[in-house]
Write a protein that binds this ligand. Structure first.
Ligand code: FAD
Ligand code: NAD
Length: 478
């Protein structure tokens, strides 16, 4: 007999598990099918984010930053260590424990919400039947199906993964020794975060980026500051570098690439390929369903994540928009609520972005170059962390907060941050913007002293040239 559910979710990453939990909260009978296996071969919920993305990378970033703080900044704080050494195996064990605690946490949440968690590979068949291939093959009938199968790393012909010397981001989280010299193709978010981890632990890091521009999605003023600080940290970022060929040998990889100066060659111990991710649609649906993909291979959806098939939604990395866990989670909530009959929507203009380097980079809303291109008159308020008491106490004075406000309405159109704690500060900006705040609303809000968040307050004052802790207050632009 075929089991019948109100909703079958395919994929238990942040998008899928959130949709499953929200739907169960709303009283629906839910099953969630997921194919992920941990290194021991056991099913593990949480998808890329928990198992091989957000969480393990942040555990490694956190530990490596502690190491740098102690090694490079301890003496300035009066802390002296006779000997500071790295136990990489212990660092990896810490990361693995963070991951397994959280993936088990999702299993507990599924149980608590009465969600049927089914290990295996799901395939959408016509009439909303989901076939699951695992230990055995079974079929589920569903009133609604939510596709949430996520994404996988893009493979380059000029640097094919071999799992040993030429690796993807997942394998790069598992290195058992610090590479002496590490090559990374792609100076995007993964390249910068993982490059930072291994640089902090002592590797020489070379990033080969095909584009002439660095971090083209971020505000240009932030990008200039980031490039300056990353270069000072020893990240060797080479723009306009097109990889032609990579050859893995026993102990090294030789990478040949084209740059403005001509053809160049680099020898590295390991090479990480981080040139983006592609939606996971292989084997996800039977041709006869008629499910429509867009020209980039994402499942085609409308603004409510409805596919071209009745009662079939798709969410997360599988569909258009930024490949971010919180974007997928929010889509999961929206879709579950809409299925339950609520009129939920999502504001795609206010998805915050964070790069967890040091300094952290974060933003929400429009960039200054975007506003200029669109011809939108705006005022700019910038406040540097060098003038913030808390940042000085921390010894982390690089970077600034920048607020862009509409000249006529004063409404905040974008907030861009680079510096300490910016991954947390951006939440205040997103909150303000989601209420349609003007820069004056932030100006009239009390911020505790001494906190990093005062830099956000001062940036709002700077929009009209009223920042208190700037030696040369800017005059408001007409
Ligand atoms: P996924 O998390 O990819 O989950 C999809 C799940 O579906 C997987 O478990 C997969 O095995 C399963 N699946 C696939 N096909 C099938 C099938 N046919 N049947 C059953 N199961 C299937 N984002 C952030 O917001 N912040 C970060 O700090 C961040 N850091 C990252 C660091 C790294 C190194 C990487 C690689 C990514 C990072 N991301 C981060 C991106 C984030 O991981 C993704 O945006 C997020 O995981 C997407 O969620 P999802 O649920 O759509 O898909
Ligand atoms: P990305 O899009 O951030 O960066 C890829 C970079 O590779 C780009 O700069 C691109 O120009 C470059 N590139 C592409 N082809 C190239 C080539 N042939 N040679 C050299 N460079 C090339 O992608 P990513 O870093 O792989 O990350 C994948 C996704 O995961 C991103 O969409 C990101 O949103 C998500 N992610 C998010 C976080 C976070 O939120 N902090 C962290 C990691 C990953």
């Amino acid at each position: 007999m075929t089991d019948r559910f109100d909703i079958v979710v395919i994929g238990a990453g942040p998008a899928g598990y959130t949709a499953a939990i929200r739907a169960a909260q709303l009283g629906l009978k839910v099953a969630c099918v997921d194919a992920w296996r941990d290194t021991a071969g056991a099913p593990a919920l949480g998808g890329t984010c928990l198992n091989a993305g957000c969480i393990p990378s942040k555990a490694l970033l956190e530990t490596s930053e502690l190491f740098v703080q102690a090694r490079d900044h301890g003496p300035a704080h009066g802390l002296k260590f006779k000997e500071l050494s790295l136990d990489l195996a212990a660092m990896q064990a810490h990361k693995d424990k963070v991951v397994s605690d959280l993936t088990r946490g999702i299993a507990t949440l599924f149980k608590a919400h009465g969600i049927a968690s089914i290990p295996g590979r799901g395939k959408l068949l016509p009439k909303n039947v989901v076939e699951i291939t695992g230990a055995s093959t079974q079929r589920l009938e569903a009133e609604h199906v939510i596709l949430a199968s996520g994404s996988t790393p893009v493979n380059l012909k000029s640097a094919p993964f071999d799992g040993e010397r030429i690796v993807d981001s997942q394998a790069a989280l598992e290195f058992r020794e610090v590479p002496r010299r590490l090559g990374i193709i792609g100076a995007g978010v993964i390249g910068l975060e993982l490059g930072s981890v291994w640089r902090r632990l002592g590797a020489e890091v070379v990033l080969l980026e095909a584009q002439e521009t660095f971090l083209s999605m971020a505000d240009e003023q932030i990008v200039r500051e980031a490039l300056k600080q990353f270069t000072a940290q020893g990240l060797d970022i080479r723009l306009g570098a097109r990889v032609l060929e990579s050859k893995a040998e026993k102990n090294a990889v030789t990478v040949r690439y084209q740059s403005k100066e001509g053809e160049r060659q680099e020898s590295v111990d390991r090479l990480i390929v981080a040139v983006g991710r592609r939606p996971s649609t292989d084997g996800l649906f039977a041709e006869e369903t008629g499910l429509l993909l867009d020209e980039w291979g994402f499942v085609h959806v409308d603004e409510h994540c409805q596919t071209n098939l009745p009662n079939v939604h798709a969410i997360g990395d599988l569909v258009r928009g930024p490949m971010l866990a919180h974007k997928g989670m929010e889509e999961g909530v929206m879709v579950a609520e809409r299925i339950a009959g609520r009129e939920s929507n999502m504001n795609y203009d206010l998805v915050p972005a964070v790069i967890y380097t040091q300094p952290e980079i974060a933003w929400v809303g429009k960039t200054e170059q975007g506003l200029k291109a669109a011809g939108i008159a705006h005022r700019v308020g910038v406040f540097p962390f060098a003038a913030n008491g808390r940042a000085r106490a921390m010894g982390q004075t690089g970077g600034f907060v920048k607020i862009l406000a509409d000249t006529h309405s004063d409404r905040v159109l974008g907030v861009h941050l680079i510096g300490p704690g910016c991954s947390e500060l951006v939440a205040s900006a997103a909150l303000a913007m989601s209420f349609g705040a003007a820069s004056e609303d932030i100006r009239l809000t009390l911020f505790a002293h001494p906190t990093l968040s005062e830099a956000l307050h001062e940036a709002s004052l700077a929009v009209t040239g009223q920042a208190i802790h700037l030696a040369q207050p800017r005059r408001a632009k007409p």
